[in-house]
Design a binder for this molecule. Sequence first.
Ligand code: SF4
Ligand code: SF4
Length: 383
Amino acid sequence: MNNKVSVVKCDRYSEVQNAVENAVSLIGGIGKFVKKGDNVVIKPNLVSKKKPEEAVTTNPEFLHAVIVMVEKAGGNVTIAESPGGPYNTTALKGVYSVCGVDKAVEGTNAKLNFDTSFTEVHFPEGKTVKKIPIINPILNADVIISLPKLKTHAMTSYTGAVKNLFGTIPGTYKAELHFRLNERKSFCSMLVDLHECVKPTLSIMDAVWGMEGNGPTAGQNRHIGLVMASENAHALDLASCYLIDYAPNEVDTVREAIERGLVCDSAEKIDIAGEDIKPLVMKDYLKPESHFNLIKLISLPDALNARLINALASKPAMDYDICVGCGECARCCPPKAIDMSTGKPVIDTKRCIKCFCCQELCPKKAVKIKRPLLNRFMIKFLK
Ligand code: SF4
Ligand code: SF4
């Protein structure tokens, strides 16, 4: 098991070329991963049409730096992503343009992917899913380089290297997986299966600016000032979670990877190259309002635990003062729990599976996270 993670300081994106190259050289150098003539697919995090300064998507200067490094090693680069919402040429054009990817490829030979075909891959080793639809450019790559962004996430608490691969699943299938695996544990187990199926060659984390609070799209920008890289996405996530003060068992993708023996069982055991991360830990990094770990403090039988989790679970709630009635939340809602017949979204709470896709894809940050009274009470008195 490779537990090596490089950590390099990078205060601003204008310095990112050196930082990216240093981070990769600390884990063996780009020549270890890319050979002349390789078809290299770079998978950034382009969850939705967000401007670079919103710190939601992989920064274009960061992406440009990785393209330059790969091209110096002789790789032929394609940028590929299946963003939230529909997966078609129009949607891809919009995302590439708003997220600054058009600019990131300027002066390079990198191509933008517009091939929206996919293949259902049989993955018998999967614990939760044994068949996974994956976009073809990923399947046709010699080398996959994943560029996650360090952010909090309303449903999974944290999104980083493993979760970034959810964007290798074509559009509507993402909603189907949310619907089928509507409980956080099974959803995160699927994400670990997906990672093992895709197995990126290398993951390089954009942690120059991250997001805290109600991520992955509606939180606040947070300066972290780091670039991190690893061959093992699970080790990269374990190190990132440690940095933003999550225990491994608070993030189900990390907990699951530890249980499956895909990564060491504590951040102290990670083989860090570069900066010592202990003094860099941010104890005040804001968690999403949906996050609570109090259940783990209480040992209850599974059935009771499930009831308590349900009673404590945060829910989406629309802020009608901000909502413009665009209907994007209704279109992306996996169980179709949002009614737009009055021109404004109304959630059927019985059908809602609390996946927070509506919160993630609302362009106006109008979907808030509402904590039940019991949840607020427990946090106040038991924390
Ligand atoms: S996506 Fe946001 S702005 Fe659009 S209807 Fe839903 S809540 Fe309102
Ligand atoms: S209303 Fe929002 S949180 Fe509930 S199921 Fe629909 S998209 Fe998911």
